[in-house]
Design a protein around this ligand. Structure first.
Ligand SMILES: Nc1ncnc2c1ncn2[C@@H]1O[C@H](COP(=O)(O)OP(=O)(O)O)[C@@H](O)[C@H]1O
Ligand SMILES: [Mg+2]
Length: 261
C-alpha cells in the first residue's frame, strides 16, 4: 500500500537578502506503508528541505505531498521527526523529555509514564531516566530523542542524519538498534544520510538525489537479507555500496563544479 505520494515538488528559498535558491525541482516519489527508504545525495542537494516539506515544517508551494491520502499542510502526530541536533529540553530529565511528547495524547498519567519507560528501555537507556541531557553522551542524547519520537508511535518516521554527529562505533550500534526497533514495530521510515554504507544497511530502497536543484536521480533496490552477522563484509553488500557510491560521486563532483571558484 502506498502511504506517501510526493508529486512534482519544487522548492525555492527566497532569503530576505541575497538571491533565491532553487533547492528542489520536480521531485516525485512514492513510499509504501512500512517501507524503509534512505535519501542520499551530496551536501546541499535538498535532502533536508524534502524532509521538512514532508514534516510540514515548510509550506509545499509547488506540487503536492500526501500522507495516507491527506495533503500535508503542517506538522501532525502521524509524522515523527528525529533530527541530527538533539532537540531535548536541557531542563528536563530523560523521562520528562519522553513524557513531554506524550502530553498531548489522550492518556492517563500512569499510562503515559509506563509507555515512556518502555521506550526508554527499548533504546537502552534504562537506569538513566532521571538524568539530564547534560549528563548524557551524544549517543545517549540521540537515543533519548529517538525514544521520545517513537513513544508517540507515528506512522511515519522522518530522520535527518540522526547519527551524523556520533562516533563510528556508537553509530554502528545505533544503526543495528534502529533496524531492530523497526523490525519489531514496523513503520514507514524516511532516513536522510550522506553515508552510503548506512543507506544500504538500513534501507530497502535508496533514493539517490542529484546535485542542486535536487531531483530523484535513481532509486536503487537494496532489499536483501541483512541479518547475517558478517553482512557488512559480504560481496552482495559491497557491490551495492560500490554501485551507489558511483552514482553519488557523479553528483558530488557536479555539486563541487557548480559551486565555482
Ligand atoms: N533557509 C534557507 N534560505 C536559503 N537557502 C537555503 C535555506 N535552507 C537551505 N538552503 C539552501 O538550499 C539548498 C538545499 O539545502 P538542504 O535541503 O539543507 O540540503 P541537504 O540537506 O541535502 O544538505 C542548499 O543549497 C542550501 O544552501
Ligand atoms: Mg541536510
Amino acid at each position: 500500500m502506498t502511504q506517501i505520494v510526493i508529486d512534482k515538488v519544487r522548492h525555492m528559498y527566497r532569503p530576505a537578502r541575497g538571491r533565491p535558491v532553487l533547492a528542489l525541482e520536480d521531485v516525485s516519489l512514492e513510499v509504501g506503508e512500512q517501507e524503509f527508504i534512505a535519501l542520499l545525495g551530496p551536501s546541499g542537494c535538498g535532502k533536508s528541505t524534502l524532509l521538512y516539506l514532508m514534516g510540514g515544517f515548510l509550506p509545499v508551494e509547488s506540487g503536492s505531498i500526501t500522507v495516507n491520502g491527506k495533503l500535508v499542510t503542517g506538522p501532525g502526530p502521524d509524522r515523527g521527526v528525529v533530527f541530527q541536533h538533539f532537540a531535548l529540553f536541557p531542563w528536563k530529565t530523560v523521562l520528562q523529555n519522553v513524557l513531554y511528547g506524550l502530553e498531548r495524547q489522550n492518556m492517563a498519567r500512569e499510562q503515559r509514564e509506563e509507555r515512556a519507560r518502555k521506550f526508554i528501555e527499548l533504546v537502552g537507556l534504562r537506569g538513566f531516566e532521571d538524568n539530564y541531557p547534560s549528563q548524557l553522551s551524544g549517543g545517549m542524547k540521540q537515543r533519548a530523542a529517538i525514544a521520545r519520537t517513537l513513544a508517540i508511535d507515528p506512522q511515519v518516521l522522518l530522520m535527518d542524519e540522526p547519527f551524523g554527529a556520533l562516533d563510528a562505533q556508537t553509530r554502528a550500534l545505533m544503526q543495528s538498534e534502529l533496524l531492530g526497533i523497526w523490525r519489531a514495530s514496523p513503520k514507514t521510515v524516511i532516513f536522510v544520510t550522506h553515508d552510503v554504507q548506512e543507506a544500504v544497511y538500513l534501507a530497502g530502497r535508496v533514493v539517490v538525489m542529484s546535485a542542486r536543484p535536487g531531483r530523484v536521480k535513481t532509486i536503487v533496490d537494496t532489499n536483501f537479507d541483512k541479518t547475517a552477522p558478517d553482512i557488512l563484509r559480504s560481496r552482495q553488500f559491497n557491490d551495492k555500496v560500490d554501485e551507489i557510491w558511483g552514482l553519488v560521486k557523479e553528483e558530488a563532483i557536479k555539486a563541487q563544479m557548480g559551486r565555482g571558484p
